[in-house]
Design a binder for this molecule. Structure first.
Ligand code: UDP
Length: 254
């Protein structure tokens, strides 16, 4: 019987009260949504894969001194995290033109950008996450100028780490979305990486074939989402060779 108090339910995750004050449990569901939840499906095993991939990325970031909310993975679908005050921004970092940037500015998908570009979107399902500038963020009090500087510095570190990590396993990090939160430690506050980083929130293209290994497989009805996410996990060394089970759902190394 599950008696835990549910704090928040989002499209792909649920947050429960944690075992100690200042902690939460982040539960990964199998729901896939796109276009602000207008498209919705349950994809068996997606939550398990995202939990493992996000754990791997957040643990590695913690290990190199990039602050995150992640404490440890608890089971197949859940991880223990620190409770933070989420800053209501989706921070998108882009290395290669794709998706909304390619469309909005008429740049061909796949064009390498002259430098990494950071964009901010205001988190609001009702408004479809509109893109906002630093002026909006500071004027409306969503974050201070100092916090924006901290968020951008964090975004650049995460992008550098992820680009190298994925390049090493033959994957191009085209772009990704991250979220940040304020972590209070007594009187001190710092900005930390929050939420998840997984193929749901990144664009990952195979270096050789340019095959998509991310949620665009769902958005664009390409099929093979679980196979692609399993392949990302396998290349990162999370799933062992004989455990990548395309059809039968992932069986995971504990
Ligand atoms: N993204 C996300 N959640 C969102 C919007 C975007 O995780 O609500 C990710 C998306 O997977 C991609 C990057 O942010 O890796 C940039 O997305 P884009 O602005 O191109 O929007 P999209 O094409 O997904 O509408």
């Amino acid at each position: 019987m599950n008696r835990r108090r549910r704090i928040y339910e989002g499209k792909a995750k649920v947050l429960f009260e944690g075992p100690e004050p200042g902690t939460l449990i982040q539960h990964f569901k199998d729901d896939a949504t796109a276009f602000n939840a207008k498209k919705h499906e349950i994809i068996d095993g997606k939550g398990v894969l995202n939990n493992r991939i996000s754990e791997f990325i957040f643990q590695n970031l913690n290990d190199i001194g990039v602050p995150t909310h992640f404490i440890r993975r608890l089971n197949m679908r859940e991880q223990l995290i620190r409770e933070v005050e989420i800053i209501p921004l989706e921070v998108v970092v882009r290395n290669v033109a794709a998706g909304s940037l390619a469309k909005r500015l008429g740049i061909e998908e796949g064009t390498q950008l002259p430098r990494s570009i950071i964009e901010f979107y205001y988190k609001s399902d009702k408004l479809d996450d509109p893109m906002v500038s630093e002026e909006h963020i500071t004027a409306f009090g969503w974050a201070t100028p100092q916090e924006i500087d901290d968020i951008m510095a964090l975004a650049i570190r995460v992008n550098d780490f992820l680009s190298g990590l994925f390049l090493g396993v033959g994957i191009r990090l085209v772009d990704f979305k991250m979220e940040t939160g304020r972590l209070w430690e007594g009187e001190m506050m710092r900005i930390v990486l929050a939420d998840e980083i997984s193929p749901d929130s990144c664009r990952l293209w195979d270096i050789k074939s340019n095959d998509k290994m991310d949620k665009d497989r769902f958005r664009r009805d390409l099929g093979g989402l679980i196979e692609a996410y399993s392949e990302v996990a396998r290349r990162l060394g999370i799933l062992s060779e004989n455990e990548s089970t395309p059809m039968g759902g992932p069986r995971l190394v504990q």
